[in-house]
Each structure stands twice: as structure tokens, then as C-alpha cells.
Ligand binder design. Structure first.
Ligand code: NAD
Length: 354
């Protein structure tokens, strides 16, 4: 039996297009990347140097009967039309995030994928990030009790938005870039309704698009989630911080350093509830808790690999697995994104009910 069972072509052979090629070549023996299309001649040249067929047009790619799957990695505003054209040409489609510019565009794609009965999925690869999987394990294994407040942050300081990422027409800005990943992570972790969204976007250095945002989501069970992306932050905070009823946890970075602190059982009685004299004056409520009343735990171990995204695509095509990144889940994300922009456009960023 031939190991390479699926042939894949890439539309948009830039930073991420090249990454898809390399990642598949290294980790997915079932898939062979056979060709690429890009509007820039130099990228076609590069594709051909890497042993790919360089299609002169999208039509040429779509007519290539040997291609089973197309991965779309162009700037965001082109995703919808390419996705629909590929599905109509009988291809399965993997689309980069953000899947489209808004929820309505995604609904159009979903409609066509149903008509054509072809697989459609979105490369939400950050569902396989180590830091995120640790946080999800804390939640799934109930290690700190019921979650009520979580913070998810990505803070950079380089200021610059490169190329198309700085333009509104291309779907630039941080909400559509990191925001989409971070909101997808939260919505996949908490399978419950988002009942309100509050959003505050800034454009500090970028003239057209957001280069800092804070979004506060409230979930049906009462969990509030802060999502923050910064580009001009010179003193950073942890990647994740969470409060549960029985404990708190922190994940410092993408490598998954951090800790869990919970209350030691039966320790409550061992200390007297008296006023403590701190450098901020006398206080009962905010004085540090005696150390012997808490216990520190290591974060749970997780195993992660971005290649699992495509492994699942292969599993689905073979009828052996359920699709992990479902378009309907990403539609929920895009509905939240729409509301973020609506809230911003109102000028007050105020909470809206979905
Ligand atoms: P990029 O600018 O490096 O590459 C985009 C490529 O698309 C360029 O080579 C460009 O010439 C080509 N292109 C532009 N318009 C085109 C068109 N109409 N038809 C065909 N080709 C066209 O950008 P990038 O960083 O690779 O981002 C591409 C996509 O991947 C975006 O949607 C982005 O959000 C996504 N992305 C995802 C991740 C992730 O972790 N999942 C990371 C980076 C980028």
C-alpha cells in the first residue's frame, strides 16, 4: 500500500504556506505536497525550487485532478473566494485562520462544503499549543475546582505589523490575528454559551488596524475570560492566570512553566483570624495567607504536536476519526469576532448579548 495517500496543493506560498509544506513533508507520510499557487512570481519560483509544481493560475490548480486537498494560506480577505472555488472544484479544503473576514462569509463557505460534501476545516493549530493544553487539562481534570476567572495574554513589544497585517482591507490587526486563536482556545475549552462580549481596541502605532486589544467574555456558567493582545508591552505578564474556587494557577510562557496552588485540606482552622500588620498597613482580608495552609502542585503533563491537526484530517478522510476543528465551532468564534468589531464601532466597546 502506498504511504502517500493524499495529494495537497497550497494557495499562498508565503510564510505560512511554506511552513505547511515543510511540516507536512517532515511529519505526515500520508500526504504529499505536490504544488503551489501564489500571485507573486518570486514565490512561484521558490515553490518550484522546492520541487513543487508552480501553477500559473488558480484555475490551473483547480483543474489538476490529482489534487485531493488544498490548503489556503493567503492574506485573510482572499480566504472565502478561494475556499468556495476549491470546494466547487471537488477539493477538500484546509483554510488558515481567520477562516474569513466575518461570520457571514464563513456561513457561505459552510453551505458550499455541505452541497459539495467535501471536508472543510480551519487550521486552528493553537488548539495543540502546550501552554493551552496544560490550562485545558487543569479545567478538564478539575484540579482547582470550578473556574470563575481566566486571563489569556500575548504581549509583544516590537510594535510593527508586517505587510498586509497592517491593512484593514486584508483583515489585518491583532483581533483577526492572535485574537482568533485565543478566542477559539477559550470556546473549545468551555463548551457553553458566551452571553456577553466587551471589547476595547487601540491603534497606537498602526494607522488602520488594532495593535492592542482587551476583550472580556462572559460564559453562561459565570466564567469571565479576559483576552489581551499587546504589541507595545515592555514589562510582560504571564501567558495564563486562572482562579478556581479551590485554587489558582499560573502558566508563565509558551514552554508551559508555572504552578498550581490549592488550599491544604483542614488547614483553615490552624491560623487565627487576626489583623496582620503589612507594609500597606493593618489588614485582615489582604494579608498573605500562612504558607502552611496551601499546597503547591506541578502543572499537569501534556503531549502536544501541531502535526496532529493534519493527522486528524487524514483520519477524517479515511472515515476513522471525527473532525477536531469543526467549521461550526469556528463560526461561534467568528460571531464573537463580529461583536468585538461592532462594540468597537459603537465607540464605547460596551458589552452586547449574543
Ligand atoms: P505572507 O504574507 O507571508 O504570505 C501570504 C502569501 O500569499 C504571499 O506569498 C502572497 O504573495 C500570497 N498572496 C497574496 N494575495 C494572494 C492571492 N490573491 N492569491 C494567491 N496568493 C496570494 O502571510 P502569512 O504570514 O503566511 O499569512 C498567511 C495566512 O496564514 C493568513 O491568513 C494568516 O492569518 C495565516 N497564519 C496562520 C498562522 C498560524 O499559526 N495558524 C501563522 C501565521 C499566519
Amino acid at each position: 500500500e502506498c504511504a502517500m495517500r493524499y495529494k495537497l496543493a497550497i494557495i499562498g506560498y508565503g510564510g505560512m504556506g511554506g511552513w505547511h509544506h515543510e511540516n507536512i513533508r517532515k511529519s505526515l507520510p500520508e500526504i504529499e505536497v505536490v504544488g503551489a499557487y501564489d500571485i507573486r512570481e518570486e514565490m512561484l519560483q521558490k515553490a518550484s525550487e522546492k520541487g513543487l509544481r508552480a501553477y500559473k493560475s488558480v484555475e490551473e490548480l483547480l483543474k489538476d485532478k490529482t489534487v485531493d486537498i488544498v490548503t489556503i494560506a493567503t492574506p485573510n480577505n482572499f480566504h472565502k473566494d478561494y475556499a468556495i472555488a476549491c470546494l466547487k472544484a471537488g477539493k477538500h479544503v484546509v483554510c488558515e485562520k481567520p477562516v474569513a473576514m466575518n461570520a457571514k462569509e464563513l456561513e457561505e463557505i459552510i453551505e458550499v462544503s455541505k452541497q459539495e460534501q467535501k471536508l472543510f476545516s480551519i487550521h486552528q493549530n493553537r488548539r495543540w499549543d502546550k501552554d493551552y493544553r496544560i490550562m485545558k487539562a487543569i479545567y478538564d481534570q478539575n484540579l482547582i475546582g470550578k473556574f470563575y476567572r481566566i486571563e489569556s495574554r500575548v504581549q509583544g513589544s516590537r510594535r510593527a505589523l508586517h505587510g498586509w497585517r497592517g491593512y484593514k482591507v486584508n483583515g489585518g490587526g491583532m483581533v483577526l490575528d492572535w485574537g482568533v486563536h485565543m478566542i477559539d482556545q477559550l470556546l473549545w475549552m468551555f463548551p457553553e454559551e458566551v452571553i456577553s462580549v466587551e471589547a476595547h481596541l487601540h491603534n497606537i502605532f498602526a494607522p488602520e488596524v488594532d495593535d492592542h486589544f482587551d476583550v472580556l467574555l462572559r460564559f453562561e456558567s459565570g466564567i469571565t475570560a479576559l483576552v489581551e493582545v499587546a504589541m507595545n508591552c515592555l514589562v510582560t505578564q504571564p501567558r495564563w492566570h486562572v482562579c478556581g474556587v479551590e485554587g489558582s494557577a499560573i502558566i508563565e510562557d509558551w514552554d508551559g512553566n508555572g504552578k498550581i496552588v490549592t488550599i491544604k485540606e483542614d488547614s483553615e482552622m490552624e491560623w487565627e483570624d487576626e489583623i496582620v500588620y503589612t507594609s500597606a498597613g493593618p489588614t485582615r482580608t489582604m494579608a498573605p495567607r500562612p504558607k502552611h495552609t496551601t499546597k503547591e502542585m506541578a502543572l499537569p503533563e501534556v503531549s502536544v504536536d501541531w502535526a496532529n491537526y493534519y493527522k486528524n484530517i487524514v483520519g477524517v478522510l479515511e472515515g476513522q476519526e471525527e473532525l477536531i476543528v469543526k467549521p461550526e465551532e469556528v463560526l461561534r468564534v467568528m460571531k464573537v469576532i463580529d461583536i468585538i468589531f461592532e462594540a468597537q464601532a459603537r465607540g464605547c466597546g460596551i458589552a452586547c448579548r449574543i
